[in-house]
Design a protein around this ligand. Sequence first.
Ligand SMILES: O=C(O)CCC(=O)C(=O)O
Length: 215
Amino acid sequence: MQENRVKSGVFATGGAEAIRLRGFDIHPGLLNADAQAALVEELRGVTKAAPLFSPVTPYGKPMRVRMTSMGKFGWFSDRSGYRYEGKHPSGVDWPPIPELVLTLWRDLTELERTPDCCLLNFYDSNARMGMHQDRDEADFSYPVVSISLGDSALFRIGNETRGGKTESIWLNSGDVVVMGGAARLTYHGVDRIRAGSSTLLPKGGRINLTLRVVT
Ligand SMILES: O=C(O)CCC(=O)C(=O)O
């Protein structure tokens, strides 16, 4: 168990203690209901300016999640490979990362450096994400911070190499995960979404935000 390190008080419910699972720090319910609703409202503006799109893997397979990004860079994939791009596929700049999210990053990581990408993944009830490492960034000493909003997701954590035994945990709306330190390159993925488990998003589904230092 780890102490909940969030200091600003704008997010914390003051409730559950952090759970450490295979080096990932999971903060259950760190974003309270008001913070979740405020964030979803901001994200509505984000997806209006930089709409969700369905990327294709380098193998030509459409990904099951739809996505967009905020910040200086956005994550992108097509037949040329996985990478970060300076613009949305439509040619517009990626919208700025919401201040609420940057405050959360600063409070949790205590780092001077702020993320230059906030990737937004939208999962409908059939979407999932295969086991993978986040390794398109230049410096793995910076953590990736993940925020869950909406329906719950079964999150699987593996090892530093593909395969082997794994452990899973349900991530619920408002939960925040810090993937850093020795676990920064640990394989992880989402096996399934529990449809109807949250009322945060009127049409259902799940939003996951991941904050990344790219360069
Ligand atoms: O949706 C999640 O909880 C994880 C997202 C993820 O692994 C990623 O964006 O690389």
